[in-house]
Design a binder for this molecule. Structure first.
Ligand code: G
Ligand code: G
Ligand code: MN
Length: 253
């Protein structure tokens, strides 16, 4: 709570790139905490605490509001993705909090994507379905994050209007990548193309990985190869650079 008041939190933005054109299509908002004594704290460390204490509701609304304000400065075809914790979604008035942030920032709801993980559906309830339906009706889009790590139930994809699936980075880089992970990415991408969903490969660190996931059918890519998460002024600069140079050069080597 104090961190919000003391202004120690900021939102960083990591680009998600079109694997056809090399252009930035979306920035994912990722929260950062710069503690005066402890230095940078990772969201993996403090988000769970914020969830346990309920602070995630205030924090989440703050993050969505900041992210929407930043996105309102970008070209209209660039969207913003915000991660939502299940606790945040289950809170009363959750949809209203998001719509208020959009209205205050004057951001078209179609420019907001909400990233949710499967853990949201573990104790599936009507409230969750209602939240997704209500915001979808306003034009907000939903992405299924970290796909491939949990139960990866296809039932959720069948039931909810996801526009995007984010294939977890463990399928893209690291020790467990190979023929098997490649076949899995291909199968997910094939389904995505039939259902007209975007498939994002997360964790791209090398140009070879970029080429591999594009060949496997992923339509979007994210990872250190393109950029780390950066502060808002650098995100704006990345977009400005696209005007002066050929974004497709990002995909060549
Ligand atoms: O880059 P990174 O270390 O920021 O993120 C680590 C984890 O924290 C990821 O799983 C990411 O989804 C989560 N995370 C980052 N920012 C936010 C946020 O604003 N809200 C929520 N709920 N989770 C976030
Ligand atoms: O779970 P979610 O997809 O929201 O988490 C994003 C997390 O992935 C953040 O911690 C972010 O910093 C991290 N990340 C983004 N790109 C890369 C990458 O290329 N390699 C690795 N190892 N981590 C990445
Ligand atoms: Mn995410």
């Amino acid at each position: 709570r104090a961190a919000i008041q003391r202004d120690e939190l900021s939102i960083f933005f990591q680009p998600i790139v079109d694997l056809e054109t090399g252009r930035i299509r979306t920035f994912e908002a990722l929260v950062r905490w710069f503690h005066p004594e402890k230095g940078e704290l990772r969201p993996d460390e403090f988000i769970p605490v914020a969830e346990e204490t309920g602070v995630i509701i205030t924090l989440g609304n703050w993050i969505t509001a900041q992210a929407a304000k930043a996105a309102a400065q970008w070209p209209e075809d660039v969207t913003i993705a915000v991660n939502l914790s299940p606790v945040q979604i289950r809170a009363p008035g959750a949809a209203l909090g998001i719509l208020t942030a959009l209205r205050d920032a004057k951001l078209d709801p179609r420019r907001l994507e909400l990233e949710v993980t499967e853990s949201l559906f573990i104790d599936d309830n009507q409230h969750t379905a209602r939240f997704i339906e209500d915001l979808s009706a306003e034009g907000v889009r939903f992405a299924l994050d970290d796909f491939g790590t949990g139960y990866s139930s296809l039932g959720y994809i069948n039931k909810f209007p996801f526009k995007k699936i984010k294939v977890d980075r463990s399928f893209v880089s690291g020790p467990n990548v190979g023929l098997k992970s490649d076949a899995i990415i291909r199968a997910v991408a094939e389904m995505g193309s039939t259902l007209e969903m975007e498939i994002v490969a997360e964790g791209l660190e090398t140009i070879d990985q970029v080429h591999a996931v594009r060949a496997a059918g992923c339509t979007l890519g994210q990872g250190y190869y393109f950029s780390r998460a950066v502060p808002d002024y650098l995100a704006a600069m990345l977009l400005a650079q696209e005007q002066d140079s050929d974004p497709a050069a990002r995909l060549a080597s």
